[in-house]
Design a protein around this ligand. Structure first.
Ligand SMILES: NC(=O)c1ccc[n+]([C@@H]2O[C@H](COP(=O)([O-])OP(=O)(O)OC[C@H]3O[C@@H](n4cnc5c(N)ncnc54)[C@H](OP(=O)(O)O)[C@@H]3O)[C@@H](O)[C@H]2O)c1
Length: 231
């Protein structure tokens, strides 16, 4: 049985992003969604992974709006103005690896810690956007060292928290979600416009997956088409 009730209340973290804003738009137009709140680093109750203390303060500030039945965290980076994903081992550098681990793993991990307290303990889902390239088993092409490592670390944090939640919050599911290749700011430099799907299509598919998640799905790494990926 799906965990998310009807009607439900939702929170999108990273709502300024391409996929995050598509989720907000869909949820605003979903008659079963009683209300959706979006936050990002320049919103009210800002959340900025370069200042990790903002995670706890944003969660505390939103406690008046709790409980939420669905929380989707879409924050993530692949590249910056200073560097692109590594093509070879010689490109690996501490600054890039540290930054990606901070934004893609430490920030989302702490977000699960603080924001899971805002979930309805009776029936809720918290999804964090990961990426298929974070799958260790599925790694066939190599490259993209820091991004792969950061998403693999994120996946382990989600899986580990889901095991704890199966004891402490058995009616809350935690999942890692792969959106597929989406035409976005993040994918633009990697032919995202040519090979990526429109963000609203990807977000609609992911929303359908999230709305059908049951308890047994907690601790899964799911694609936008509900396929289970190997960790
Ligand atoms: N697009 C794809 O093809 C694809 C494929 C696989 C996985 N993903 C994953 O999907 C998620 C969303 O990606 P997207 O394509 O929507 O990318 P996007 O358009 O670049 O959005 C990224 C989001 O992350 C936020 N962000 C970046 N650095 C931050 C920081 N230090 N603190 C707080 N927020 C920060 C951005 O905020 P600002 O607006 O303030 O910059 C924005 O809200 C990411 O986790 C990504 O790894 C995407």
């Amino acid at each position: 049985m799906p965990l998310i009730p009807k009607p439900f209340r939702a929170l999108v973290i990273g709502s300024s992003g391409t996929i995050g804003s598509a989720f907000v738009e869909l949820l605003e137009n979903d008659p079963a969604c009683l209300g959706v709140t979006g936050i990002h680093r320049n919103s009210d109750n800002p959340i900025d992974y370069q200042d990790l203390s903002t995670i706890e303060s944003a969660a505390k500030a939103l406690s008046d709006e709790a409980p939420f039945h669905l929380i989707i965290n879409t924050i993530g980076i692949l590249h910056s103005a200073d560097w692109m994903p590594e093509k070879r081992l010689d490109d690996l550098n501490a600054e890039q690896l540290q930054m990606l681990i901070q934004i893609n793993a430490i920030g989302p991990g702490l977000t699960i810690k603080y924001f899971s307290k805002l979930l309805d303990p009776n029936n809720s889902v918290m999804a964090t956007l990961s990426a298929k390239v974070g799958s260790i088993e599925d790694n066939r092409l190599g490259g993209w060292y820091s991004y792969r490592a950061s998403k693999a670390a994120l996946n382990m944090l989600i899986k580990t928290a889901s095991i704890e939640f199966s004891r402490t919050k058995p009616n809350t599911a935690l999942v890692a979600l792969h959106p597929g290749t989406v035409n976005s700011h993040l994918s633009k430099a990697f032919k995202g416009e040519q090979i990526g799907r429109p963000p609203l299509d990807a977000a609609q598919d992911m929303l359908n997956v999230l709305l059908s998640i049951d308890k047994e799905d907690s601790g899964s790494f799911l694609t936008y088409s509900s396929e289970k990926l190997p960790w």
